[in-house]
Ligand binder design. Structure first.
Ligand SMILES: Nc1ncnc2c1ncn2[C@@H]1O[C@H](COP(=O)(O)OP(=O)(O)OP(=O)(O)O)[C@@H](O)[C@H]1O
Ligand SMILES: Nc1ncnc2c1ncn2[C@@H]1O[C@H](COP(=O)(O)OP(=O)(O)OP(=O)(O)O)[C@@H](O)[C@H]1O
Ligand SMILES: [Mg+2]
Ligand SMILES: [Mg+2]
Lengths: 223, 223
């Protein structure tokens, strides 16, 4: 479902070029559960943003569900981002002036879902936030904001979930609940790509891709 | 150095009162290295903000270095926050329009330090960011922003370091370097209070305080 070839990302900083991704090749099957690990600054979030169609590579090709992403029109891209992909950001990126419930309901309105508030409520319940629906992000703990971001990413029932360090702010028990949620999605054939620094989290996946200095350094296949 | 008695924190939400801290007692010696663990939403950051003089309790007493914090004048409070305490926020709180170097230099300007840029540069080098001094927060990875926040907290050589989940966005190797930095501070008699979800991180401390539902549920003394 994902085929990326020779992905490169370079930032111009003054007269210097900073090469962040230096030629990443990636192939992910539909319904596969993959983890990405690597040192801080190795390019994981940069890679995830490209896979999530939130950023464009400087070079290389990205085929998503068989379609060349660079060739998509703006409205087709919006469709992919809104319906095919659910993205959990490393820094959550919640709307500060909307409550938890409103944050999770918003993508459903864009989709013209049948019962947005009920579906958003259920998604928040599934991450343990039934008592926090009316709280604004500033009235939530770090781990609660992270869970609102997760609920928002899964409420639209996307085909692909991209989660950038989804358990970093969670105690192990709450983290377990989130991983069980991802397991359940995986059973329903959702493709899952998780960036994590936590080896225990990565071991839930069927394959662990190790990134180092903007390149894939190794790939672990799990039994 | 820290004596907190019956700390309570309650938020009014419409007609409902949400009790977040329900009577926390805490006594921390000068130079002690303490970890705080507990489920997401249990009140850890709320407690840290009170200990860091960034928030006031709804009830209870807080003596910092023998002085009643609620009785301090605004200028005395600013002095405590600026010189006695170094705070690493769970969500980093960097100035978006200042570079990494500027973010770390700023507290030194307030202190009228002798060589602010050199000291800030050294602090950033100590967290592995020598190559990122000119980057703005939006041009940094999650773990790099976290490390800028750490450098900023320690550059003023505070007597007390309060770190709210300082390794949550770091791979284990980079996290180790940060923990060694804290060990070095501890050797110099700096009082360290770390909130963490990572058991391995907590085990570096001499005492682990477990928070659950706004109360101290148990205290582990480490050998
Ligand atoms: N807009 C930008 N301009 C310049 N450099 C950037 C920009 N965005 C990211 N970088 C650099 O690219 C590198 C990779 O960033 P990225 O966010 O992908 O890392 P990461 O692997 O996700 O790290 P972490 O584990 O800390 O989250 C970092 O060293 C960062 O400083
Ligand atoms: N301004 C506020 N108004 C109302 N409720 C709040 C406010 N700030 C925090 N809370 C609530 O207080 C509780 C404790 O928050 P706190 O940030 O201290 O938790 P925490 O232990 O640090 O959690 P985490 O591990 O997720 O960071 C949370 O359930 C949160 O929803
Ligand atoms: Mg990242
Ligand atoms: Mg917290």
């Amino acid at each position: 479902v994902i085929r990326a070839t020779n992905l490169r990302k370079t930032y111009r900083m003054g007269e210097v070029d900073l090469e962040v991704l230096k030629g990443v090749d990636l192939e992910i099957e539909r319904g596969e559960y993959v983890a990405i690990m690597g040192p801080s600054g190795s390019g994981k979030s940069t890679l995830m943003n490209i896979l999530g169609c939130l950023d464009v590579p400087t070079a290389g090709r990205y085929l998503l569900e068989g379609r060349e992403v660079s060739a998509l029109r703006e409205d087709e891209l919006a469709e992919v981002r809104g319906r095919r992909i659910g993205f959990v950001f490393q820094t959550f990126n919640l709307l500060p002036r909307a409550s938890a419930l409103e944050n999770v309901t918003l993508p459903l309105y864009y989709q013209r879902a049948a019962h947005p508030r009920e579906e958003a409520t259920r998604a928040l319940e599934s991450v343990g936030l039934a008592q926090r629906l009316k709280h604004y992000p500033s009235q939530l703990s770090g781990g609660e904001r992270q869970r609102v971001a997760i609920a928002r990413a899964v409420v639209t029932r996307p085909a692909i979930v991209l989660a950038d360090e989804p358990t970093g702010n969670l105690d192990s028990r709450t983290g377990q609940e989130i991983l069980e949620l991802f397991d359940a999605l995986s059973l329903r054939e959702v493709t899952i790509i998780l960036v994590t620094h936590d080896r225990a989290v990565a071991e839930r996946a069927r394959r662990i891709i190790h990134l180092r200095d903007g390149l894939v350094s190794s790939v672990e296949k799990r039994p």
